[in-house]
Design a protein around this ligand. Structure first.
Ligand code: NAD
Length: 359
């Protein structure tokens, strides 16, 4: 029985995770798989209950689960807390605990949503990109970090961008491996013209490609150029490899190609386990209104079925159910267009469940 730790988190995290659980239960029943779901507090709600965004007990449970299904964390209520106990620190802690060093973010433009993008249909239709983002290193974790008071009355803020050879090697291998199973093209992102760390990044990625993946075509782009090319010629990208910060930014840009953050799933995979989470945050502006798009979370669950539980067919059924519901013209507010049928979060979930049953 697959053991899944469910951490809905805050805001719309709770709403969209509820939909995912319904979809997973339905597809499980079809395939005679019973999931062992355990739900726990995480993020702002954990701070309210225990004073920390994630307790040691929950971290331990995460480690002993087959997979962790996350909603989203954060919200204005916790915005002014110290960095050390903010909801987002819980995300960083669980990724670190599970050594989830690779974040996989697919950006696929569904034909039915070709007009939902802010770019022209002919630019985005057929886009199928996998962004592989390094997740446990770089400037988000580097030390020294902090804000100090200077004797002249000013303050000084410091963060450190740091990568070792082995950190770059393992994420490069992951990205090359994924590219090998797709269209065999990898674009590595850096800023090697300015930053020494990135010079090491480019040199290491090039060496791994040459020695271990000669069949994968590799090219390099400076991050500023990549940001432009991603909206100019998105179809030319297959797999994009980036460090923690550049990957964070570019994957959100890729999100916009698809029309909405509400459509984007992600997986964070490492040696200690795997975490599945939609790319979006807790969306406090729409939380509790039953208008959030649950599709990112549902597609996240499909990634979990595929990558952690090896249930490829069940994953495909969930993906196809989403596609069918979109083709039938149902849309949540974030992807709604004239002539389409506007539905809320729960109703979108119900429609997907119905399609899963039919497939
Ligand atoms: P956000 O992703 O929560 O929202 C950005 C915009 O996209 C908002 O207008 C929101 O309404 C919309 N949106 C996001 N997901 C949607 C969905 N499923 N359906 C429809 N619309 C959707 O980012 P933000 O506003 O910058 O951050 C809000 C809070 O979430 C902050 O506290 C932030 O720190 C946190 N956050 C958490 C995560 C995470 O848990 N992984 C990621 C990003 C931000």
């Amino acid at each position: 029985m697959p053991k899944i730790l469910v951490l809905p988190g805050d805001g719309i995290g709770v709403e969209v995770t509820n939909v995912s659980l319904d979809v997973l239960k339905t597809v499980g029943e079809k395939h005679k798989i019973q999931f062992d779901f355990e739900t726990a507090l995480f993020g702002g709600c954990s701070i309210d209950a225990y004073g920390v965004p994630i307790t040691d007990e929950v971290l331990k449970k995460a480690k002993s689960s087959d997979a962790v299904l996350l909603g989203a964390v954060g919200g204005p209520k916790w915005d002014n807390l110290k960095y050390g106990i903010r909801p987002e620190r819980g995300l960083l802690a669980i990724r670190k605990e599970l050594d989830a060093f690779a974040n996989l973010r697919p950006a696929i433009v569904y034909s039915a949503l070709g007009d939902a993008s802010s770019l022209k249909r002919e630019i985005v239709e057929g886009v199928d990109i996998m962004v592989v983002r390094e997740l446990t290193g770089g400037i988000y974790f580097g030390t020294p970090r902090g804000i100090e008071h200077l004797s002249n009355g000013e303050e000084k803020g410091v963060n450190t961008l740091v990568y070792t050879t082995s950190e770059i090697e393992r994420i490069a291998r992951m990205a090359f491996g994924i590219a090998r199973k797709r269209r065999k093209r990898l674009t590595s992102i850096d800023k090697a013209n300015i930053l020494e760390v990135m010079e090491l990044w480019r040199r290491t990625v090039t060496r791994i490609g040459k020695e271990e993946f000669p069949d994968v075509e590799l090219d390099h782009l400076y991050v500023d150029n990549a940001a432009m090319q991603l909206i100019r010629r998105p179809k030319s990208f297959d797999v994009i490899l980036a460090d923690n910060m550049f990957g964070d930014i570019l994957s959100d840009e890729a999100a916009q190609l698809t029309g909405s953050l509400g459509m984007l799933p992600s997986a964070s995979i490492g040696h200690g386990g795997a975490i599945y989470e939609p790319v979006h945050g807790s969306a406090p502006d729409i939380a509790g209104k039953d208008i959030a798009n649950p599709i990112a979370s549902v597609l996240t669950s499909a990634m979990m079925l595929k990558y952690s539980l090896n249930l490829d067919q069940a994953a495909e059924e969930v993906e196809n159910a989403v596609k069918t519901v979109l083709e039938k013209g149902y849309r949540t507010a974030d992807i709604h267009q004239e002539g389409m049928k506007r539905v809320g979060c729960r109703e979108m979930g119900r429609l997907i469940v119905e399609e899963v049953k039919k497939l």
